[in-house]
Design a protein around this ligand. Structure first.
Ligand SMILES: Cc1ncc(COP(=O)(O)O)c(C=O)c1O
Length: 496
């Protein structure tokens, strides 16, 4: 993945992709008065009048004669359900790079998901008939459904916002939705389908409708068992008999230990000497051998690799592995299903704790496929915002071990598998402070009777403190873990 973000000069000529009759773009007017569109602009709040103006300007720039390719084709089919815009795309036909207009769709909430995908698929089919491959597009970042269409024509987001646009390109990511669905099949009857909690107090305090996915109530006390079991279940018989090694600040270790016991695989877990006693005891309780290291002076990856080499063990890393990432994504698969069961609706935003990005990349893969209009936001501790920096710089940034109470998010850098997925599919990464984490933990303990560990509270803290805009939105928040012992809780909560 390269971090280069400027547009590539092309041998260009204009490709006429217009499949049907073209009428004037002013037809868009009434649709832009739809308040729904206001919501869709997400990061860029605007009144309907401002939106209409913005659209007109874009239309004039991109299509000086006011004619729109694709636009009327889609409008004629579903004019009552959707608003449409166009982006400039680079496409390839007969070995030539060509510039084309490509449309995106903004549909009403109950239809937007299916409709954007349907339009994208129809476009892909038509493009294929024309012998056209879309290789690159510049997409307006405020338009959620534009992402769905760019994705449906086979592109992945490869840049952060630049000059008001985001670049999408053809390419492959480590996992896709099929991997997550397959993981869900393996996890059936193994991982809990954890509950989704709601709270009027939480909704009142944030102004949003919040659905908390309680992975603190997952087996081993965190979502980590999803990825660990999915990875171990895919071992060959040789790998199973030799055993597994994992390094972990705690939750992944516990998860690998349990998965190994369930599958009859011997396990060695490399844990930091300052890991919470509750996590160490549980890991031992699952029958794993523990090897201790100092997280500030020793390199756990090197220790894990050395053990793997010496003893023929298979290393299962905590986040940077496609099988782990796919397993973690099953939490989002369930959440979307459960939210539909609760009231038939979807989500506008999904907020996910973020360390190395295993959980976030899996969840983003699900959201991108199932609910492309939904924004997906990662939350890091303020002291350890390496992924936020990485996304801004377009490459993986390494930091020193961050000092934060969010011990599951003390990662120094994103992974080579996770980062491209985060780059392609995640809308934003925000941060919260340790004090905000403690407040969030206290809030869910008192108001929702939930014990959530500091890392597990990253998403809730972001929603409570406005780090993520949630007012008026339907918001999924993953409470990713609950492994915190009572002494530590007493310490953190203390007398006010
Ligand atoms: C409770 C909890 N939440 C979130 C994370 C971060 O997960 P990832 O490294 O997949 O981003 C961890 C990692 O250990 C964790 O233990």
């Amino acid at each position: 993945m390269n971090g280069e973000m400027t547009a590539v000069p092309l041998r260009t000529r204009r490709l006429d992709l217009e499949p049907l009759r073209v009428e004037h773009a002013d037809e868009m007017g009434p649709l832009l008065d739809d308040p729904v569109l206001h919501t869709y602009t997400g990061g860029e709040p605007a009144t309907p009048a401002q939106l209409r103006e913005r659209y007109r300007r874009m239309t004039a720039e991109r299509s000086p004669d006011g004619r729109q390719t694709w636009l009327n084709w889609i409008l004629r089919r579903r004019a009552d359900e959707a608003a449409v815009g166009t982006v400039q795309a680079t496409v390839e036909r007969d070995g030539d790079d060509l510039v084309a207009e490509i449309a995106w769709v903004v549909a009403r909430p109950h239809q937007r998901q299916g409709y954007a995908r349907e339009a994208g698929q129809a476009m892909t089919a038509w493009l294929r008939e024309q012998g056209v491959v879309v290789v690159r597009a510049h997409v307006h970042p405020g338009h959620a459904a534009s992402q769905a269409v760019a994705q449906a024509v086979g592109l992945r987001r490869t840049s952060t916002v630049q000059d008001g646009e985001v670049r999408w390109e053809a390419g492959h990511l480590a996992i896709d939705i099929g991997d997550v669905r397959a993981a869900a099949g393996r996890l059936r009857g193994v991982a809990h389908r954890t509950p989704v909690a709601t709270s009027t107090t939480l909704d009142d305090r944030t102004g949003g409708r919040i659905f908390v996915k309680c992975e603190n109530l997952q087996r081993t006390g965190s979502f980590k068992v999803r990825g660990a079991y999915n990875a171990l279940a895919r071992f060959t018989s040789g790998q199973r008999s030799a055993g597994v090694v994992a390094y972990s600040s705690g939750n992944h270790g516990q998860a690998v230990a349990l998965a190994a016991r369930l599958l009859g695989i011997p396990a060695v877990i490399v844990m930091p000497s300052d890991a919470r006693p509750i996590k160490m005891a549980a890991t031992r309780g699952y029958g794993a051998d523990i090897v201790i290291y100092d997280r500030y002076t020793e390199d756990r990856e090197a220790i894990g690799a050395a053990l793997a080499a010496e003893r023929g063990l298979t290393l299962v890393p905590p986040f940077d592995h496609p099988h782990v990432m796919a397993g973690q994504g099953t939490a989002a698969l369930e959440l979307l299903e459960q939210v539909r069961e609760i009231d038939g609706g979807g989500l506008d935003v999904l907020v996910v704790p973020l360390g190395g990005g295993g959980l976030l990349s899996g969840c983003a893969t699900v959201v991108a496929d199932e609910l492309p209009g939904c924004r997906i936001i990662g939350v890091e501790p303020a002291a350890g915002n390496d992924v936020q920096q990485s996304l801004r710089q377009g490459e993986i940034v390494h930091i020193d071990v961050p000092r934060t109470i969010a011990d599951g998010a003390q990662t120094r850098h994103a992974g080579v598998f996770t980062f491209p997925v985060l780059q392609a599919l995640v809308d934003d990464v925000v941060t919260v402070t340790d004090d905000q984490l403690v407040d969030a933990m206290r809030f869910v303990a008192e108001r929702m009777k939930l014990v959530v560990e500091p890392t597990g509270a990253l998403g809730i803290a972001a929603a409570l403190n406005g780090a993520v805009a949630v007012r008026g939105w339907r918001v999924g928040v993953v409470a990713s873990g609950g492994n915190v012992d009572v002494d530590r809780l007493a310490d953190l909560f203390g007398p006010r």
